[in-house]
Ligand binder design. Structure first.
Ligand SMILES: [Zn+2]
Length: 257
C-alpha cells in the first residue's frame, strides 16, 4: 500500500460538482465538501498543519514565511522516513520547501511558475510525479497544484479565470490518476485544498476561506460515503494509520479510518 496527497491551492468545494472528474471522484471515493482548515487560512500555515497535525498556534508558522518551530513537532515525512517509508514532493510554490526537514525526501521537484505561468508549471509537476512513479516508486507522494490560488488572487475567487484554473487542475489530477491506475500497486489517494477564498484573498475565519473539500480514494474508504467531521490536521494521522505507524503523541488530528 502506498499513499498520495494531491493538494489544489485555494480550491473551494462549491462548484466542483460541475467538473466531470470531480463528480466521478465523489462516486469512487469517500468524500466531504465540508472539511475544515485551520486559522489563519493562509497557505503555508495550513500546509504546516496538514503535515504536522497541529494547529498554527502550536507549530508557530502563521504567515507564508517559514520559521523553525520553537518546540518542534515531527512532520509526516519525518515520521514516514523514520519508519522506512520513502517520500517525494512535487510542487510549484517555493515557500513549501520547508514542509519536511532536510534528509526526509527521496525526491523533491520544484518548478517556478514565474516564467512559465501556472498552467505549464502545473503540467510540469504532474509530469514529474508521473515519471517518479516508475523511477522512484515512492511510498508517499505529495503533488501540489498552485494555479487556482494564483487565479483567485489576480481575478477573484469563483470567477471565470478561477473556475478555468480549477477545471484544468482536475485535468492534471485525472492524468496522474490514469498513470497510477496502470501500476500494479494499491494506493490510497487524498485530494484536498489548503483553504478556500473570497473576493481576491483568503486568511479570514469565514466559511468561504475555512471550508475545504476532501476526497479519499482507497480500499478503506467506501465509495460515495460522506466523511464526517474532517479537519486538515486529520490527513497525516490517517496516512500513518494506513501504514500502521504510531503517530507522534503531539499530533492533534485524528485518523479518519
Ligand atoms: Zn493556499
Amino acid at each position: 500500500m502506498k499513499t498520495v496527497v494531491i493538494l489544489v491551492d485555494g480550491m473551494r468545494p462549491d462548484g466542483l460538482m460541475d467538473i466531470p472528474y470531480a463528480k466521478t471522484m465523489s462516486e469512487m471515493a469517500s468524500f466531504t465538501m465540508n472539511a475544515s482548515t485551520v486559522y489563519p487560512s493562509v497557505t503555508l500555515p495550513c500546509h504546516m498543519s496538514l503535515f504536522h497535525s497541529v494547529d498554527p498556534s502550536r507549530h508557530g508558522v502563521t504567515t507564508n514565511t517559514y520559521t523553525p518551530q520553537v518546540r518542534p513537532v515531527k512532520g509526516l515525512c519525518e515520521v514516514l522516513n523514520d519508519n522506512g517509508k520513502s517520500c517525494a514532493f512535487f510542487y510549484n510554490w517555493e515557500e513549501l520547501r520547508d514542509l519536511s526537514r532536510p534528509g526526509s525526501l527521496i525526491k523533491s521537484y520544484y518548478v517556478s511558475e514565474r516564467k512559465l505561468g501556472f498552467e505549464e508549471a502545473n503540467r510540469l509537476v504532474t509530469d514529474a510525479a508521473i515519471t517518479s512513479l516508475t523511477e522512484d516508486d515512492p511510498d508517499f507522494i505529495f503533488l501540489y497544484l498552485g494555479w487556482p490560488d494564483h487565479a483567485g488572487h489576480w481575478h477573484g475567487w469563483m470567477g471565470e479565470e478561477y473556475f478555468h484554473s480549477v477545471r484544468r487542475s482536475w485535468d492534471e489530477i485525472e492524468r496522474f490518476m490514469g498513470e497510477l491506475a496502470k501500476k500494479n500497486e494499491e494506493y490510497t489517494v487524498f485530494i484536498t485544498a489548503d483553504h478556500g477564498g473570497h473576493d481576491r484573498g483568503h486568511g479570514a475565519d469565514i466559511p468561504e476561506d475555512m471550508i475545504i473539500p476532501l476526497y479519499i480514494l482507497g480500499k478503506d474508504f467506501e465509495a460515495g460515503k460522506n466523511i464526517e467531521d474532517a479537519n486538515i490536521m486529520d490527513i497525516a494521522p490517517t496516512v500513518t494509520k494506513l501504514f500502521d505507524i504510531t503517530p507522534p503523541a503531539e499530533w492533534e488530528g485524528k485518523s479518519l479510518i
